[in-house]
Design a protein around this ligand. Sequence first.
Ligand code: ADP
Length: 501
Amino acid sequence: MSAGTREARYVIALDQGTTSSRAVLVDRSGTMVDVVQRAFTQIYPTPGWVEHNPQEILFSQLGSLTELLQKRGLGREDIACIGIDNQRETTIVWDPSTGEPVMNAIVWQCRRTAALVEERCGDPEVAAEVRARTGLLPDAYFSASKIAWILENVPGARERAERGELLFGTVDTWLVWVLTGGLVHATDVTNASRTMLYNIHEGCWDQWLLDLFGIPASMMPEVRRSSGSFGETSYPGIPAGIPIAGVAGDQQSALFGQCCFEAGQAKNTYGTGCFLLLHTGPEACVSHNGLVTTVAASAPDVDRTEYALEGSVFVAGAVIQWLRDELGLIRTAGETEYLARSVEDNGGVYVVPAFTGLGAPYWSPDARGAILGLTRGASRAHVVRAALESLAYQSADLVRAMEADAGAPMTMLNVDGGASKNDFLMQFQADLLGCELRRPQNIETTSLGAAYLAGLAVGFWSGIDELRRLRTTDDVFVRRMDLAKVEGYLAGWREAVRRTL
Ligand code: ADP
């Protein structure tokens, strides 16, 4: 602290999501004191393609930051540091001499490179090699094919890249580069692990993969630990000299924000989709059930790479939106709780929301959704309940897959995300799993993780023990249903899935 300055009271998390950018003010007790959020445009050039304007991402993010500082009357001396968590995989290529992106960001959801991935990784031997090096199943989601697409489709881009005139970054890297006035071109290990170009065992960009996708190594950012220095702010209109001290991809950030610091600890986020991550410590666990291996964010005093197994449910909260917007069965998502409780059981009704196929552990891209088990007595409440239950069944399937891969039962699951507010859903999930479910008071664990990573790096918090103590009283859910009944529900679900495959 320099002479005459106040003691910094806050850490700011920049939470750069898929549909909005938020600036989140976190105090020493780990409380989210304030949030400013700005949405930005989703660009759909053609069906299946998704883009963001990188300048709009930037201005929404910086706008939310300056508004937060102004609103609270905060200056440089109040802010200990900034942490960034971000939508993963989304790809930006820019010219550092002008700061101009060569085209819009290609968003993680964008499918334009599906054929390119098939062409480069279609050979099973190549796919296995990609998997062995990156922990990922080759897919258009990840940044590698998106960079290749940009180099192959933007006129002159390949030549410029080969002359060392272009930089690549995921959204974290773009924000850090701009915020530091172009001084730092870096990403963190968690974001790197989602590019499909990073060797998660050796901890470096993988030349074989760069060659496979035709990407010059000079474009790639330096890879740093998630908790540590990413430079200082140096951008007009933003207080100068604030350390950027933590960066992580959103899901790994949430894992950290849930205080899952050790092997065996897991979290499930119930949002539009579900994201389940299990910390596996220093072991990069290989899945035999269609899950991916990814790098976890670690505290600054951990001197080895730590890993996580990750699985996702494509359609989770989205099925609740569908009940509301397409079927008109509910007016608000919150209503599902009361409706689900208004009937004794699901009446034999199952909703399999395979709108875009089924993911792990089924991997059936051609499956389509279905409502099964309808009788004359089936009511709106039964269908709503069945839709809500589908989040829990799909998550339970993932948990079982993870247990098989990790070779140990899950004893506790931390939950967060918008739909985790639903007590009926959480109770039903605990009934299915038979393990303890813990929901922290602050379910905004993604921003909290970024704040924690940054705060630890600058000594704002002393260590992970202090973070564990900050965790406010959880709501705990344990199994209350008898086992025979649980088995009945699960058997019905398995049969419903079987019929949709
Ligand atoms: P994301 O970050 O993916 O946009 P959120 O974590 O904000 O998602 O969660 C929003 C999702 O959760 C929506 O799909 C919504 O339908 C669902 N949701 C929100 N509240 C509830 C609730 N009380 N019960 C069930 N689903 C809910």
